[in-house]
Design a binder for this molecule. Structure first.
Ligand code: ADP
Ligand code: MG
Length: 661
């Protein structure tokens, strides 16, 4: 019998139960079953004598042995029946046993004057120590009970905790082959329990000590396998050959006319990127840096490296507005050079597109900036050497891969950028195949955005403040939460907000943007706001990404308690992009949940993205954050990236030794 055998072949489960386990819990093989770990264990307390029972055990599950003196049916004054038994010990102390259900079958199970070992939760009923619905314990029954998360459907069909416990017992009575899957010397060095024993102990623990050893072994195994896979794929990436780009003549020229002094963090990541690009290996790098930390100029300098060496660059961004913004900025930065930059989006006409296609193929174009439109198969490059993806979290894994897979035998260097900072450990596991560069410093003189929390009752005061800012010629965002972009109720919310704001600021030109609008209209409205035609932008979170309107100084977030922390921080980053003092106003009702209040407080108190994301991780747990970032890489069953961080570090070192990485 081995781990890949199906459950059905074990002869422990009938066909119906095997199918249910497969459909409800994705348990198909013996391995799946063994890796379906209990979500909790409860230790039953063995009490030697009834005279030892005391109030401190009330609420605990106890195991106790005694002689059953009598067992009788009791009828209450309301004509209800229950079964009452008395367990006696030599000290003449008594324990009451009570059953409310299945009286007929239970009465047959017990005989007076026989000795029983029973277990159950100790309670007090009619002033007597009592166990309701005790279970009879056999000699070899486990002292620690495992509990599993099970669906209602499973429970209805008889697959409950008791059933599963019996199944695990049966499985371990069979002769299963459970091979080791981590190197022997590590098992030895870290005194790890064998895999066979660990599986057995996690389901059928013999003591709390062995249980914790089992947990340790299984966590070690899980983290080891995860990290080993990570290193292998990383190795295969860094082993892949890449274009050698060692000429930096354009970069040198650019450094003579820098628009501003680079921060130390920017200099550091530029070095890291340059090192990759000239190494002969293909670069696969994630650049993370808080909103406003200056990733664009870093991207531009890496473009210059590629162009100096005769290669073309493609930059992909998630929205048309952002593409246009980057196009303008990059054209501006490169005006002193003989560099041809083009823009390609869904709005590009087909004749323009054909022209671009031709110039790209002949090599006239150095830089192409665009949206998803870049993924169109008909585009052919002369010599694509660098791919940059901005706000990469808005793209799926396959989209990222597709752009890099474009043409040629060698794959281009790839730089992906994100403004959603995540703690380093998490980043390591989420972006397995990427090296990570971090800009952890904002340019000098950047003003902090003043963040305040207003209750609904202060709405008029908030409007008054917004009016002042509008009078100064500044622009303002109002953002509404939309859980589901097509949700009609939420759109109504937005429209109600729009009406209230129009009334509060008569005569002001207002833009409105939400996810249910078609992309053209959306981009049109965003553009009107970004050129200053409209002064107020009312939007859902569609504006969260990248948009840069330096004249906007106020971000009002309505129902701020309904946003996640990362999202709030992203939204706040839309202001404070110019030289003017900027503000973020978080609007909420008086009544807030504890978690919402903590989020709001964190926003008011901290402005640094890494601090915010650390708090976010503490509040929500790592799993949630990873889920949100659509990673899909890691699905840990027993280990916890936060809790087991130390173990992860140890394993990382060991893997380095093994792989000589
Ligand atoms: P993000 O990292 O959010 O993409 P940007 O690249 O858009 O940030 O930069 C934000 C603003 O800061 C831009 O206006 C940019 O010109 C400016 N900037 C970038 N680096 C520096 C620096 N070292 N000193 C001063 N201003 C900078
Ligand atoms: Mg940016």
């Amino acid at each position: 019998m081995n781990l890949d055998d199906t459950l059905y072949s074990l002869n422990c489960f009938d066909m119906m139960k095997s199918k249910l386990l497969a459909s409800e819990l994705k348990i198909k093989t013996v391995k799946d079953l063994l890796e379906y770990y209990p979500y909790k264990h409860v230790e039953q307390i063995k009490i030697d004598s009834l005279s030892d029972i005391s109030p401190k055990y009330v609420g605990s599950v106890i195991i106790i042995t005694g002689v059953l003196k009598a067992i009788d049916i009791v009828t209450t004054s309301k004509k209800k029946k229950y079964l009452q038994g008395i367990l006696l010990s030599s000290s003449q102390k008594q324990l009451q046993l009570i059953w409310f259900k299945r009286l007929d079958s239970i009465i047959k199970l017990y005989q007076s004057n026989c000795t029983y070992t029973i277990s159950g939760e100790l309670s007090v009923f009619k002033d007597k120590y009592t166990i309701v619905h005790p279970t009879i314990i056999k000699n070899d029954s486990p002292v620690i009970l495992s509990f599993y998360s099970l669906t209602d459907k499973l429970k209805k069909r008889g697959i409950n905790d008791t059933f599963l416990r019996q199944m695990y017992q049966k499985v371990f009575e069979l002769d299963i082959d459970i091979p080791e899957n981590i190197p022997q010397e590590l098992c030895f060095k870290y005194k790890l329990m064998s895999r066979y024993e660990a599986f057995k102990e996690i389901h059928i623990p013999s003591s709390s000590k062995t249980l914790s050893l089992a947990k340790r072994r299984l966590k070690f195994e899980e983290l080891f396998l995860m990290q080993y896979k990570m290193y292998k794929s990383k190795l295969s990436y860094s082993n892949s050959i890449g274009y050698v780009m060692s000429d930096v003549s354009l970069v040198k020229r650019f450094y003579e006319h820098l628009p501003f002094q680079l921060t130390n963090a920017q200099k550091r990541v530029i070095k890291e990127i340059y090192h990759d690009m000239m190494s002969g290996h293909r670069m696969n790098r994630l650049l993370q840096g808080d909103v406003g930390s200056g990733k664009t100029i870093v991207a531009f300098i890496s473009m210059l490296v590629a162009i100096s060496n005769g290669y073309q660059v493609a930059m992909m961004v998630p929205t048309e507005v952002l593409a246009e913004q980057h196009y303008k900025k990059i054209s501006e930065l490169s005006k002193q050079f003989d560099i041809t930059t083009v823009l390609l989006t869904g709005s590009t006409t087909s004749s323009q597109r054909n022209q671009i296609s031709e110039f790209l193929y002949s090599g006239i174009i150095n830089i192409i900036i665009g949206t998803h439109a870049l993924l169109n198969d008909s585009l052919q490059y002369k010599k694509l050497g660098l791919v940059i993806i901005d706000e990469q979290h808005k793209f799926g894994v396959t989209q990222r891969a597709k752009l890099s897979a474009i043409n040629g035998s060698l794959q281009p260097h790839t730089l992906i950028m994100t403004a959603t900072p995540i703690p380093r450990t998490l980043a390591m596991t989420m972006y397995v195949e990427y090296d990570i560069s971090t800009i952890d410093e904002l340019p000098n003189g950047r003003k902090q955005i003043k963040t305040v929390h207003f209750y609904e009752s202060n709405r008029l005061r908030m409007f008054g403040f917004v009016q002042q800012q509008l009078d100064l010629g500044h622009q303002v965002y109002f953002v509404y939460p939309l859980i589901d972009e097509s949700d009609k109720i939420n759109i109504k919310n937005l429209m109600d907000g729009y009406e209230a704001i129009s009334r509060a600021f008569p005569g002001m030109a207002i833009s409105i943007v939400h996810g249910a609008m078609n992309p053209k209209d959306k981009d049109f409205e965003m553009n009107r706001f970004s050129v200053g035609e409209t002064k107020i932008m009312i939007a859902t979170t569609v504006i969260e990404v990248g948009i840069d309107v330096p004249n906007a100084t106020v971000m009002v977030i309505e129902n701020a308690d309904r946003f996640g922390l990362a999202q709030l921080h992203q939204l706040r980053g839309r202001v404070g992009r110019g030289s003017n003092e900027s503000y973020c106003i978080l609007m909420t009702d008086m009544k807030l949940s504890k978690q919402s209040r903590e989020r709001i407080n964190a926003m008011v108190k901290y402005s640094d993205g890494f601090t915010i994301s650390n708090i976010d991780m503490k509040l929500r747990g790592a799993g949630d954050i990873m889920g949100e970032a659509q990673s899909g890489y890691v699905n840990l069953k027993i280990a916890d990236i936060n809790e087991d961080y130390e173990m992860m570090k140890v394993i990382k070192e060991e893997i380095k030794k093994i792989t000589q990485y």
